[in-house]
Every structure is written in C-alpha cells, then in structure tokens.
Design a protein around this ligand. Structure first.
Ligand SMILES: *[C@@H]1O[C@H](CO)[C@@H](O)[C@H](O)[C@H]1NC(C)=O
Length: 296
C-alpha cells in the first residue's frame, strides 16, 4: 500500500519476516534512509529523540551511510524490549537501558525515558560498555588502533528547580566515570533539557567551564544563532535542549555540527556531530616506573 501526500511521503506495509531485506541501506536512495528508520519507530516503540554522531573524513559526509554512533533518548522501551534496538540497523550493535523500575513490579503504561547507544560494527576495533548507576546515562568506550574515546548518551530531567539535584548528580556521575578512565576524548550526547539562559542551560555551561569542557553545538553554531532542537506544539515555543559536550581533545576533532530541521521523527530534531577520528590523539604509554626501578 502507498499513500501519496503533498510532501511526497510513502508508507509501505511489509511483512515482519522481510524486514531485513527492506532495512538494507543500499536498497534505498539517500532520502529514504530517514523513512526507514522513522518507520521502525512502530517496531521499537517511540524512539522519539535521536542524536547522531558520525566519524569520517571531511567531505565524505553522507547522512545515513556514514553514521557510526547513534545516541538515543526516550526510547520508551520496556526492559524486555531493549533487544529491539538491534532492529534499527543490522550493521549496528547496541546497548540500552529501560527507564522502568523493575523492582517495584508495577507497570503503569510505558516507561518514559530510556537511553541507548548504537555503534556501527565495522567502524571500531573494540567497544566496551561502561557501567553507569543512573538510568539516565549509558556509556561506551571505543577503540580504533591506538586511539580511545568515550561516548555517553544522556537524558536529563526537565528544567525545574525540583530536578536540579538530579541534573547535577547526573553530571557528577559522568565526571566521575571520566576521571576513572584514562581517556582524553569524551563526547556526551543527549537531551539535556538545557536551553541556554535557562536554569539547566546555565548549570550545564558552568559544569563545562569547571571541567574545561565545551558544548560543541553551542560553540560551533553560536549562542546567538537562535538554534533549536525542540518545538513544543502546546506552547508554540522552540528550545535548544539537545547538546554534545566535549573535552578539549574531543572538541579538536569536531568538523561540523548540524541540526536536522527537516527530520520530523519526533518533537526533537536530530543533532549531528561530525568528527574526524584521525584527529584523536593516540594514547601515550606511560613509562613503566616499576621496570625502570628493576633495571637500576
Ligand atoms: C553487528 O553486531 C551485532 C552484535 O554483535 C550482531 O548481532 C549483528 O549481526 C552484527 N551485524 C553484522 C552485519 O555483522
């Protein structure tokens, strides 16, 4: 079946067992990539917000084809449905968390929230999941050759004074995890619910200042540029809630930042951060003092 609309969109009904055939990126022209993923929301229940980061050499940019890491927030997945993330794209692996508190044993509707990271299988030599306590944070450590990076996907509470404590706790956990890992290139992607100039926006930027980190999208696009990643149908307002925080080392790899205003997957627009992996500095091996002592 297909319905023609004035914006030229099509809806295909396909049998579930043929999904892998239709999920093949090579089957579709460039523009259809969005549709494939967005159609999938029916299968994976409201992946409503998507932040994408891609690594590649500049000028090879091709949305869909070259995305290597996808950070999702508000997946609304039940714990039993987290494996559905594997259906997003057959070339990707995933790690996700449901926001549902299983211990309570009660399920009142969908578990709002839920975060995940997806990564392209053949882009990295090794990927390991870093344990995070908060249900609002997932993190992976990624290695290519002698270069290592950390990626976070975060979903922060909404901008209210009552939530400030939780907001700060999440940032503290991220900072604690980073301190434990000897990695200088860190990327924190997600829905921070932090509009510049609002309470959480200010909190986020002062966290960056303390850590000597940057908000890559604000740096790149400019604070006065009137960017936004979220539109509220109810209030008719636009806010810039989704961000990518980076360490200075990670910032140096950022080639471009884009907000995809033409992608209507949800009430948030995807944020794309393009980085050049070759600009991540190789890790220097610290001198082994133990051995030096032995030789003496
Ligand atoms: C990618 O990795 C995942 C998890 O390891 C696996 O299930 C999937 O089949 C892999 N995809 C391909 C195309 O090899």
């Amino acid at each position: 079946m297909k319905f023609k609309k004035d914006y030229v969109g099509y809806k295909f009904m396909i049998p579930k067992d043929k999904l892998s055939m239709f999920m093949d990126e090579n089957l579709w022209p460039y523009l259809f990539i969005y549709l494939i993923i967005s159609n999938l929301t029916a299968n994976i229940h409201n992946i409503t917000k998507q932040t994408l980061i891609q690594y590649k050499k500049p000028k090879q940019a091709l949305w869909g084809k070259q995305v290597d890491i996808i950070a999702l927030q508000e997946t609304w997945l039940l714990p039993t449905e987290v494996p559905d993330l594997g259906l997003v794209n057959k070339d990707f692996s995933y790690f996700g968390k449901s926001a549902m508190d299983i211990s309570s044993g009660l399920l009142g509707g969908r578990p709002y929230g839920g975060v995940a990271l997806l990564w392209r299988n053949d882009s990295f030599q090794s990927v390991s999941v870093i344990p995070c306590v908060s249900e609002r944070i997932v993190a992976i450590k990624v290695c290519v050759a002698d270069r290592s990076m950390l990626f976070f996907s975060v979903y922060m509470p909404t901008n209210e004074l009552d939530n400030l404590c939780e907001f700060v706790e999440c940032l503290s956990e991220i900072s604690a995890i980073v301190e434990n890992e000897n990695i200088e290139s860190i990327y924190v992607l997600g829905d921070f619910n932090a509009h510049p100039g609002k309470l959480f926006g200010n909190e986020m930027l002062s966290f960056c200042a303390e850590q000597n980190w940057l908000c890559a999208d604000i740096e790149r696009l400019g604070i006065d540029y009137q960017s936004y990643t979220y539109t509220s149908d109810v209030h008719g307002t636009c806010s810039w809630l989704d961000h990518c925080l980076t360490t200075m080392a990670a910032w140096r790899t950022v080639v471009n930042v884009k907000i995809h205003y033409d992608v209507f997957w949800s009430d948030h627009f995807p944020l794309e951060v393009e980085c050049n992996l070759e600009w991540v500095r190789p890790m220097t091996i610290p001198p082994n003092i133990g051995n030096v002592n032995k030789i003496i």
